[in-house]
Design a protein around this ligand. Structure first.
Ligand code: SF4
Length: 216
């Protein structure tokens, strides 16, 4: 997990990941180098996570990522990006392709119910078509366990995501300081009725807690 300048959008009503950020580029680089120094390259894959989008990392940190990819012979790298920055993705893909690294870009879609996503979550994705959202991205995150979500809506989101994206990550909402808070009933429905169906799916990761990937 790296530190950047922080999310510029800051609109999502379920998110409070806003303290993990700084405008001090030199200090961000120092922290990020410490983390990148731990990359062994044993799987030839690297996942970059920061509280925001890849373009909110400073250029010096991005160059440090490029350097570690070359040093550790990384062949595939994952980044995250908000839909608002999708036009920056081709240049990033090109930059890494030039050093022989394939980029997989992940978007937090959260749900394909556009009305819920924009009126309740305020995700800031001004596109309703799943196919068009997926055009610039390879992977997506969904967010479940929120008030109003149902077994059918969650199933529909997972099936839609699997149709349009190579890989899908389901996050279950946990309590935080944001205005939109989890629904224990919806979480129970997910665990009882959805989790058993999809827990072994080869293209689906399920994070019952937001630190299940070992970051955060
Ligand atoms: S979920 Fe991502 S895009 Fe939304 S406010 Fe949080 S960091 Fe920003």
């Amino acid at each position: 997990m790296l530190r950047g300048r922080g999310c510029r959008y800051r609109g999502c009503r379920f998110c409070d990941y806003h303290q993990d950020a700084s405008d001090d580029e030199a200090e961000n680089l120092r922290i990020n180098r410490e983390t990148l120094d731990k990359v062994s390259g044993c799987f030839s894959h690297l996942e970059i996570v920061n509280s925001g989008s890849f373009c909110e990392l400073d250029e010096s940190s991005m160059q440090a990522i490029v350097d570690v990819c070359q040093k550790r012979e990384i062949k595939l790298i994952h980044f995250e990006c908000h839909w608002l920055y999708r036009r920056h993705i081709p240049a990033l893909r090109k930059r890494f392709a030039e050093i022989g690294v394939q980029v997989k870009m992940k978007i937090g879609v959260e749900t394909f119910d556009a009305e819920y996503r924009e009126k309740t979550m305020r995700k800031g994705i001004r596109e309703t078509s799943p196919a068009l959202i997926a055009k610039d991205f390879d992977e997506c995150c969904l967010l479940f366990g929120l008030p109003g979500q149902t077994v059918d809506s969650m199933k529909n989101d997972i099936e839609t995501a699997l149709r349009h994206f190579e890989r899908v990550c389901v996050n279950i909402m946990v309590e935080n300081t944001a205005p939109l808070q989890p629904s224990s009933q919806c979480r129970r429905l997910f665990i009882e009725e959805i989790y058993p169906i999809y827990k072994e799916h080869p293209r689906l990761d399920i994070l019952l807690h937001n630190t299940d990937f070992g970051v955060g």
